[in-house]
Design a protein around this ligand. Structure first.
Ligand SMILES: Cc1cc2nc3c(=O)[nH]c(=O)nc-3n(C[C@H](O)[C@H](O)[C@H](O)COP(=O)(O)O)c2cc1C
Length: 234
């Protein structure tokens, strides 16, 4: 079995941790790896709120309904998707590309054009979203076309997709370091938003509990439904 396959096989959602903190270096390394995940247009719409303040942690556990995975985790990391923070990343990417070009590296003009102009039209919604919806409709009559994003909901889906990939990388990275995780969506999103003073465009994808599983933590065997239900050869 490949090393990767072993990590995937080993990762389980752990509901009882030993409560010991995870070394800072491990957490930092895993977050760095998570940030190497793929993201739509490389706009990296994720944020990782590593809760280290004891009072905030106590509140966060309550917000997670005091579920054992939250209560006993060594660390809690709140993984957040942002729908409107992309322009800062766009600008940074554009500046990096311009710098590379100035240094003599080959940078396609299409990439520069994309990050300086096209991308803004692609990811802007609001009144432009209404125009885009009409444009996509008529263009779609002629052939394949984009259909989204045209509104805030589309942007939420957009941000959650990429952030979820980063969450999976984060879990596998911890597993590779010998630490267990539990992804949790069992929390009160409103209270969590308030507790972490999240901005309006933030959507909490999951709270990740991290630590070492208790040796006697009772886990169900891994259950997966019939492969044929999910895998379609077309
Ligand atoms: C988005 C998401 C939310 C989840 N929320 C919770 C949760 O709130 N509490 C919990 O104990 N497990 C939670 N889980 C864990 C799932 O129950 C678990 O992944 C599933 O049963 C499969 O088990 P495995 O992860 O051990 O393979 C969540 C998993 C995901 C992906």
């Amino acid at each position: 079995m490949s090393e990767f396959a072993q990590i995937v096989e080993k990762r389980r959602s752990v509901r009882l941790f030993d409560g010991q903190p995870v070394p800072e270096g491990v957490v930092q390394r895993c977050i760095d790896l998570a940030m190497k995940s793929a993201s739509s247009s490389n706009l990296q719409p994720w944020e990782f709120h590593w809760v280290r303040t004891p009072e905030i942690r106590t509140q966060l556990v309550k917000v997670c309904f005091s579920q054992p995975a939250a209560n006993t985790a060594g660390e809690l990391i709140v993984c957040v998707a942002r729908t409107r923070a992309w322009d800062r990343v766009r600008l940074h990417t554009l500046q990096q590309l311009q710098k590379m070009k100035a240094e003599g590296l080959s940078v396609p003009d299409a990439a520069l054009g994309y990050y300086s102009d096209l991308i803004k039209k692609l990811y802007s919604v609001g009144w432009l979203g209404l125009l885009k919806r009409a444009y996509f409709f008529f263009k779609g009559l002629q052939g394949p076309t984009m259909r989204a994003p045209v509104n805030e909901k589309d942007m939420e889906i957009w941000a959650i997709k990429s952030t979820s990939l980063a969450c999976q990388t984060l879990m596998l990275a911890f597993q590779a370091e010998g630490y267990d995780t539990c992804p949790m969506e069992g929390f009160d999103p409103k209270r969590l938003h308030k507790l972490l003073k999240l901005p309006r465009d933030a959507y909490t994808v999951m709270v990740l509990g991290v630590g070492k599983a208790r040796p006697n933590a009772t886990l169900l065997p891994r259950i997966r439904a019939d492969r044929d239900w999910f895998v379609k050869i077309v």
